[in-house]
Design a protein around this ligand. Sequence first.
Ligand code: F6R
Length: 500
Amino acid sequence: MKNNIKLIVVKDYDEMSEVAFKFFKSEIECGATNFGMATGSTPIGLYKHICNDYKENKIYSQLNYYNLDEYHGLDKTHPQSYYTFMNEMLFSQINASNCYIPNGEIDISKSIEEYQKVLNSTTIDVQLLGVGVNAHIGFNEPGTPFDIQTNFVKLKNTTREANKRFFNNNIDEVPEYAITMGIKDIMKSKKVLVLANGESKSTAIYNMIYGEKNELVPASVLQDHPDVTVIVDFKAASKLPLKTMAIDVSSTRVKIGVFNSDLERVDYEVISHENEGIYEKMLEMVKPMLNNEIYKIGVSISGYTNNGIVSHPVNKMYSFDVKTKLENDIKRNVEVINRANASAYGEYYINHHSASSLYYISLATGIGGGYVANGNLILGTRGLVGEISNMIIDTHEFNHEFFADGSIEMHYNTYKLTKNEKLFIKQMGTVVANIANTIDPEVIVFDLKNPDLEDSLIEKIEGYANELLYDVHSCKINIVKSNLVDESLIGAAMYAMKGS
Ligand code: F6R
């Protein structure tokens, strides 16, 4: 992707409209007065924001507006003329009087001449563009020369088909001709803002940014414009080769990795930390690694996590809403996932993707887990799946708190287990047998994060668990030891990319 194109990927139409509005407003604040406008369904949300803001901010009535195009052969008053559209959606609501739209009622050459005169007398500061499914901009259909100015066009059937929704779903009612600002005029504007949403635009958006510049793909001309901002939702961005950043926060280190869409790591940094100021340090590291192609961030953190919010953080360093804070600080979508859940996902992807299901258990400072079935990370209604640390092993001590006394984690963090290994083997073996009896995963992976723990511990837990299993199991459980180092980082990237 060329540097002149700034890509912003957002989650949906509403966010696209909101971000476009902020862009529009900041351009006005920086002195822009001449705006090139578009019709169609794409900019409606943006226009709503402008109309809303007009209640407080009257500047909109003093700006100059230049529309891209108009159907030929429709009266201005026709409900689907772009004249009517712009008046209803925007101009009448913001009391704008300096509005220019090609005239579709009069003689074609006169209309072209009049509109070109208008365009020649001004410089558009920001040209707003929607994109057709065939990558048209304005009504410049595929095959239109890049050096053309205001012109008369015969609309392609794909365009009339896409627009029939405005004409009682009847293609015969869609005009066959239109007058449009030319590609040369569009390219003369100082800035271009392209908006697109929905899967149907994904090929056009890919070709516009990454395809060969070609008159058959009118929007690809923008590769040569010096200042283009593209705001697209995930669906319209779905064919773009975007990157994902993963941030893995453990109690001693922060790892940051950037992954391409094939989950290959293309950038990597690690810092050690003590908890003080860790968020700020992490931010300092993240910012220089960010670029336009990174559109999503996955964060894995220890602690109970539900809907992206970490509560009961193990070491209290993230006892705030990391998702919202980071999203505000770096303007990207952020997904937060429990570290052991992320590890389960990463472990599954790297070592066990042919298994139908996997249960992952880590023995680190605390005890964590995660469950993956049919390629999906299973989180449960409240995000509790995998929190085996909560398994109650002593009801006498149980006090209904998260990490309650009486839970396995309170009995055995790794510090305590080295003191009473025998009992730990029995109780962890019981937990594993219960997982096998209730969840029945194909593979159980154990990750001994503490270097003081010996591999023989796994064999002992496995042996004890197998003694306890119900007879219905035709085979015994086989616990596999993990030997990965970056599984939680990869899991966080996967979670950001494809969800659970
Ligand atoms: C409209 C225009 C067209 C549309 C494009 C997308 O003035 O010039 O290029 O932007 O056809 O239309 P929607 O937004 O309806 O998908």
